[in-house]
Write a protein that binds this ligand. Structure first.
Ligand code: GTP
Ligand code: SPV
Ligand code: MN
Length: 593
């Protein structure tokens, strides 16, 4: 048993409110994981995969109504609406607590309340954040086992009396006595609520991903972003990777791309350049801070990957494919006849005899994909065959470059910011086509500043200011900032850039710029490569001029759009961003005339 007074109080409180049949305090051991997986198989939530094909691995199929994050049901409940800002759904904390009080009353009837103590990042790190998820979902518990740090050395900290963020979760499906359970219980009404001032998370109605695994987006991004702002650090939606060019030192890069825009793939970038090597630190979240020497350090607070299955293949992401050979959970993928998993893009041709994620027989004629577009795998970070040796260091790694990027048909594949403030503008200007990672229309261009639109727990204008402040700190050694876009299209709609392992060629130029080894072409919207500085050997032919082109008239339209967008943040939007827009506009106008 854990001896922690606050935890005892919370267990009593959640138990009294939700009236579960029993309470289990989780110990985070492999035995517990195995036991719960067996239980999930017995309940029909899990299908055990063929142990000869995919040892110790499982497939789960969600309710078709519960397949992704629900942004319109995600709330920031700060005391003042001003502190949530115009980009968040705000609700008065007292009003929301009253609603949640009703929703959670008796909601765990017939179920077990699992108490899941966990830690985001190494517990020895000065940024470590402890959490306790209170959940009635075994699926959530086993996913938390893979995604966070749990087990004896975490519970030891609770015994020492550390503070934690309570994160209460229910699928919202109480069972009457004798009522049979369904394989994926959930509720049509969902609430994903954050209380930044009292540091609490309450999530109701969904069992899927970021809605339910509360250490990830809810704690390590939305709540952590508020804690970080108050304490001079940064909680970001970024991958971290190590790149070692042939015969050079190792470099570290962090990159913020919106959901479904390539973080997991870039985190596992396998360089298509001879003699280059790489290593994974993290694929979704980075916590960053300036150290005593002014260097920007970053660490990955997570302990596993919750990645998009479709298009993951030995061609696109061999590192992940190897990491998924055993000990993985797959959600909403298709099943093969011989008890393995398949998804669109895994192989060129689908195997015969598939069962779709909707548990129906599937053929090419079915008219819809066999796996859900947001089908995901969950796997522990230790499964990754290419982890960087510093991936676990509590002191993180020193960043050499920060990338922003998204999914857009019309902007250059890479450009370099000419100053820190222009780099902050790059982050703030990020916009991208929506993907299946959140419920709603896909392929719709929207602003997603710093890829943090759905994940910033406070006012976006204050967030921009926080980034500007980093550049003003004395003695700080700032990484260079770049804006990348792997999705630039030709007039006929085809992609101009092959992406994946060939992205190393853009990283090559980025690292040349970091070391001041290549002279760039200066354009209104930032620096782009000279053709002669690009290594395009042994790759499919590309139209270099089109890759980096952006007509000045388009730049001017972009600038006007950003002025309008930033206007909503009022006087919380840093002046510096408007000054950067003015500079770009002046250059674009003079180039045009
Ligand atoms: P979340 O986990 O939702 O945050 O997404 P993510 O940012 O990790 O994106 P992920 O790496 O899973 O990629 C999303 C989709 O983009 C997948 O279908 C990938 O195959 C595709 N993708 C990733 N990188 C590239 C690339 O370089 N080029 C192209 N064309 N597609 C890519
Ligand atoms: C994302 O949407 O960015 C994800 C998936 O990583 S989820 O954990 O569901 O938020
Ligand atoms: Mn990902």
């Amino acid at each position: 048993m854990i001896q922690n007074a606050k935890l005892d109080e919370w267990i009593e409180k959640v138990k009294a409110l939700t009236t579960p049949d029993r309470v289990v305090v989780c110990d985070g051991t492999p035995e517990e994981y195995a036991r719960l997986c067996d239980q999930l198989v017995d309940k029909g939530t899990f299908v055990r995969l063929n142990p000869e094909k995919r040892p110790n691995s499982f497939a789960a199929f969600s309710d078709p109504s519960d397949v992704a994050r629900v942004e319109d049901r995600t709330f920031i409940c700060s005391k003042s609406p001003e502190d949530a800002g115009p980009t968040n759904n705000w609700k008065d904390p007292d009003e929301m607590m009253a609603i949640l009080g009703e929703k959670f009353r008796g909601c765990m009837q017939g179920r077990t309340l699992y108490v899941v103590p966990f830690c985001m990042c190494e517990p020895d790190s000065k940024l470590a954040m402890f959490g306790v998820e209170f959940t009635d979902s075994e699926y959530v518990v086993v996913n938390m086992h893979l995604m966070t740090r749990m087990g004896p050395n975490i519970t030891a900290r609770f015994n020492e009396g550390i503070d934690f963020c309570p994160a209460v979760h229910s699928v919202g499906a109480p069972l009457e006595p004798g009522q049979e359970d369904v394989s994926w219980p959930c509720n049509d009404e969902k609430y994903i609520c954050h209380f930044p001032e009292i540091r609490e998370i309450w999530s109701y109605g969904s069992g899927y991903g970021g809605n339910a695994l509360l250490g990830k987006k809810c704690l390590a991004l939305r709540i952590a972003s508020v804690v970080a702002k108050e304490n001079g650090w940064y909680a970001e939606h970024m991958l971290i990777l190590a790149i070692t060019p042939a015969k050079r030192r190792k470099f570290y890069i962090a990159a913020a791309f919106p959901s479904g825009c390539g973080k997991t793939n870039m985190a596992m970038l396998k360089p298509n350049l001879v003699g280059w090597t790489s290593g994974v630190v993290g694929d979704d979240i980075a916590w960053m801070w300036p150290d005593e020497e002014g260097r920007i350090r970053a660490l990955n607070p997570e302990h596993g990957f919750f990645g998009i299955a479709p298009m993951t293949s030995y061609k696109t992401n061999p590192v992940m494919m190897k990491g998924l050979r055993e000990n993985a959970i797959f959600t909403n993928v298709a099943l093969t006849e011989d008890g393995d998993v398949w998804w669109e893009g895994q192989t060129d041709e689908p195997p015969a005899g598939l069962m779709s994620w909707k548990k129906e027989e599937w053929t090419l004629e079915s008219g819809e994909p066999a796996s859900h577009p947001n089908a995901r795998f969950t796997v522990n970070i230790r499964s990754c065959p290419m982890l960087d040796q510093n991936a676990y260091k509590p002191e993180g790694v020193v960043l050499d470059a920060i990338l922003f990027g998204g999914r857009r048909g019309d902007i250059p594949v890479v450009r370099e910011a000419q100053s820190w403030n222009q780099g902050v503008l790059f982050g703030a200007s990020l916009s991208s086509e929506t993907t299946a990672a959140s419920v709603g229309q896909t392929g719709k261009l929207r602003h997603d500043p710093f890829a943090m639109l759905p994940f910033c727990g406070y006012h976006m204008g204050d967030y921009f200011q926080h980034w500007i402040e980093l550049g003003k700190q004395e003695g700080v050694r700032l990484p260079k900032i770049f804006y990348v876009n792997w999705f630039k299209k030709d007039e006929d709609g085809s992609l101009l850039w092959p992406g994946y392992g060939d992205n190393i060629r853009i990283v090559d130029w980025i690292l040349k710029r970091v070391q001041n080894e290549a002279r760039p072409v200066e354009r209104a919207f930032g620096n782009v490569p000279q053709k002669s500085d690009l290594n395009l050997e042994n790759m499919p032919k590309v139209d270099v001029d089109k890759l980096f082109d952006m007509p000045d008239k388009d730049v001017l339209v972009e600038v006007e759009g950003l002025r309008d967008y930033f206007a909503q943040f009022g006087d919380r939007c840093p002046e510096e961003l408007f000054e950067e827009l003015d500079k770009i506009q002046a250059i674009a106008q003079s180039e045009e005339s």
